[in-house]
Design a protein around this ligand. Structure first.
Ligand SMILES: Cc1cc2nc3c(=O)[nH]c(=O)nc-3n(C[C@H](O)[C@H](O)[C@H](O)COP(=O)(O)OP(=O)(O)OC[C@H]3O[C@@H](n4cnc5c(N)ncnc54)[C@H](O)[C@@H]3O)c2cc1C
Length: 415
């Protein structure tokens, strides 16, 4: 029987970062996953460490935008009709949280955590010898119309208030930065402080290797075997049972599978998303991720090729993939950049674990001694993994947390 102080369940970017931060503070930690580190949602994202992000993704603000989604004409969103009744309460809460005043409130609440995103990745990647995966070239949001650019005024205003660096550009200036982009857009904003990752899987693996170098133990096992035994938490692993006084659940979109049966029901939904790698034609290339804001997809240069990522799909996490958004966005992407043929036969699908208030849960679990939760990072999990690792490790070891953890408490759903 192996025994450690803390078991971390889930070796995505969030769980792995927590494991490293606890190990650095002298805690004996075991990291348990059913697969390899970083092979879940953390594998397939756009790779943007979004320290600059101000407003969370929001419910459509106009009737016409909502109608486009409803009619399945919106490139940025898709849904399964049969899933809507299930997700309806979450969507109503999401719509309420998308009121302009609530978005500003969320931007302010999330800022202390978001402001650490880049610095914590820089620190961890330096320790892990993984700096080579980080690109300090910012990211570029493109706007095809004057109207869509003008709609960003509030965000730019708040960026100025928060001191977040950005450079609004006309189409020509943006193409000076990215000469392979075709002139189909009129405006751009270069968020210069953002960092992007050339291989998110390799980055999480490097953080996991750093954890091992600190003496951390990694196991394969099914987290759902968690139970209490002899006054401890116990998980069954491929190497036998593992005991600990504390357990951190960082299973991303799979977290409800474990905590639901323990009586913890928090209102998580998933926004499914897809990626597909393409070759670039000829000498075309990108130095940083690009958002085509009017069409709701990103292009990100990755070691595997140009990764096209889609927006949100509201569907059951385990329902079969329906990558119809590619039919809508690929023609638009080809207008913008010389995409060649697809590298894989079909797209990858992942599920962003999302709370309607666009904040993760990073806290003690309600009513379960020694159980901690770190999940629900939605669109920002890659960005916030290491900052979450630091915050939770500080809370668990009794250190002064670098920011107020109250907004991330599970209790906010119990009122
Ligand atoms: C298309 C797309 C684009 C995105 N782009 C960005 C971006 O540019 N920037 C950004 O910050 N975020 C982005 N995200 C979001 C980000 O990828 C996620 O928020 C983040 O990866 C969540 O990390 P996690 O560690 O919580 O979950 P995961 O990476 O899913 O990790 C959970 C782990 O739990 C394990 N697990 C599950 N069930 C069990 C079980 N029963 N037993 C044992 N192990 C189990 C899984 O194997 C997995 O390794 C994007 C997401 C998508 C889908």
């Amino acid at each position: 029987m192996a025994r450690v102080d803390t078991i971390v369940l889930g070796a995505g970017i969030v769980g792995t970062s927590i494991a490293v931060h606890l190990a650095k503070r002298g805690v004996a930690v075991a990291l348990v996953d059913r697969g390899g580190a970083g092979e879940g949602t953390s594998y397939g994202n756009t790779g943007i460490i979004e320290g600059n992000t101000i407003f969370p993704a929001a419910f459509p603000s106009s009737f016409s935008a909502l109608l486009r989604v409803a009619l399945k004409r919106a490139p940025e969103a898709n849904y399964h009709l049969t899933f809507l009744p299930k997700v309806a309460p979450w969507l109503l809460a999401f719509r309420a949280a998308s009121q302009p005043s609530r978005l500003v409130e969320t931007a302010q609440i999330i800022r202390p955590l978001m402001a650490r995103a880049v610095a914590e990745h820089e620190a961890l990647s330096a320790e892990a010898g993984a700096e080579k995966y980080l690109r300090h070239t910012g990211w570029l949001k493109l706007y095809r119309s004057d109207q869509s650019f003008k709609a960003q005024a509030r965000e730019l205003e708040l960026a100025a208030r928060f001191g977040i660096a950005n450079v609004p550009l006309d189409g020509e200036a943006a193409r000076a930065l990215e000469p392979s982009l075709k002139p189909v857009f009129r405006h751009a904003v270069h968020w210069t402080g953002a960092v992007s990752v050339s291989n998110p899987l390799a980055l999480t693996r490097a953080y996991a290797a750093c954890f091992s170098a600190l003496g951390g133990l990694s196991f394969n096992g099914d987290a759902r075997s968690l139970h209490r035994a002899d006054g401890h938490w116990r998980v069954d692993t491929a190497s036998g049972p593992l005991d600990a006084g504390d357990v951190v659940v960082a299973l991303g979109p799979w977290t409800p599978d474990l905590i639901g049966p323990l009586g913890i029901k928090l209102p998580l939904a998933v926004k499914r998303g897809y990626h597909w790698h393409f070759r670039a034609q000829g000498n075309a290339g990108l130095s940083r991720p690009i958002l085509d804001a009017d069409n709701g997809y990103c292009l990100a240069p990755m070691e595997q090729g140009i990764r096209l990522t889609t927006g949100a799909e509201f569907a059951a996490r385990d329902a079969r993939p329906t990558p119809v958004q590619f039919d809508r966005v690929l023609p638009k992407a080809r207008e913008l950049f010389a995409l060649g043929e697809a590298i894989e036969p079909k797209p990858w699908m992942g599920s962003r674990p999302c709370f309607a208030d666009s904040r993760p849960v990073i806290s003690r679990a309600p009513n379960q001694r020694g159980l901690w939760l770190a999940y629900g990072h939605g669109h920002w999990g890659l960005s916030l993994g290491p900052a979450t690792g630091r915050l939770l490790a500080e809370i668990m070891t009794g250190a002064t947390p670098f920011c107020d953890p109250a907004p991330y408490g599970a209790e906010r759903f119990m009122k």
